[in-house]
Design a protein around this ligand. Structure first.
Ligand SMILES: [Mg+2]
Length: 271
């Protein structure tokens, strides 16, 4: 059996979209650990937030933060991945930066606000506001503000204005994506970061089989890069429409972590 590498989104995928719990996925998580399968977290969350979940999951593998903005490979990693020359050393990681500097993203949002778009970024919100919007605890809301490559924002305007806003973001040389929130970011996406890591694993381990799991539009590029894409059901029983366009994708029959659990168990049996 060739080595399996699993890439997973967090919010709404491995984590319940309301409670942020992964309790329903424990069975599959245990199996992944038993088989020493690399489980790579690929999230719009920040490095600091993901570190918290890696600790909870006792996960020692690389991870991808802020919608593909940064790839973090632990310096003492068990697999001998060949670190690209442009990687920096940062707090026990090799950091590969793919994202745009956070400050310039905030400035772009400010400029768009001046143009009349009714938007508000996390940078403009106080802690209470972020806690209320996200349902995160105070501690996690603080970690969520330690942003490096991606700015989530809320759009309060009319649907028709949204497409104009998206157009303006592109014209300014930035990109947007959608998860739980709208995000402004640089030319990075989850797919580019996942591709880079897949190539490093292939160099190190030879033939590998890759699995990806996600629930939202910002997972589209990641799911396109893997051998076995899995679309995780939303809380309301539906699926993200953009993801449904991915040919041959598996679909979970339950939402969030229960769906994650079900599909990982199925795939590991299959392989
Ligand atoms: Mg998600």
């Amino acid at each position: 059996m060739s080595k399996v590498v699993i890439f997973t989104d967090l919010d709404g995928t491995l984590l319940d979209s309301k409670t942020y719990s992964y309790a329903d996925a424990l069975e599959a998580l245990r199996e992944i650990k038993r088989l020493n399968i690399p489980l790579i977290i690929v999230s719009s969350k920040t490095r600091a937030e993901i570190e918290l979940y890696r600790k909870r999951l006792s996960n020692t593998h690389p991870f991808i933060s802020e919608n593909g903005g940064g790839i973090f490979i632990p310096v003492d990693y068990q697999f001998d991945l060949k670190i690209p020359e442009d990687a920096e050393k940062a707090d026990g990681y090799h950091l590969i930066r793919l994202g745009t500097d956070y400050r310039s993203l905030c400035l772009a949002l400010k400029a768009l606000k001046k143009e009349g778009f009714n938007i508000k970024g996390f940078d403009d919100m106080d802690l209470e506001e972020i806690m209320e919007l996200t349902g995160l605890s105070k501690k996690e809301a603080m970690l969520c503000r330690e942003r490096e490559f991606d700015e989530p924002f809320v759009f309060y305007g009319k649907e028709e204005t949204l497409s104009l806003l998206k157009k303006r973001i592109k014209e300014m040389g930035f990109n947007y994506t959608e998860g739980r929130f709208l995000h402004i970011l640089g030319k990075n996406d989850k797919g580019k970061a996942v591709r880079l890591l897949i190539d490093l694993y292939k160099d190190a381990l030879g033939d590998i089989r890759t699995v990806g799991l996600g629930d939202s539009s910002n997972d589209f590029e990641m799911l396109k890069e893997v051998d076995i894409p899995v679309i995780v059901m939303k809380q309301d029983g539906g699926f993200n429409e953009k993801l449904l366009k991915i040919e041959g994708a598996l679909k979970s029959s339950q939402p969030g972590p229960s769906g994650w659990n079900e599909q990982i168990k199925r795939i590991l049996k299959m392989l």
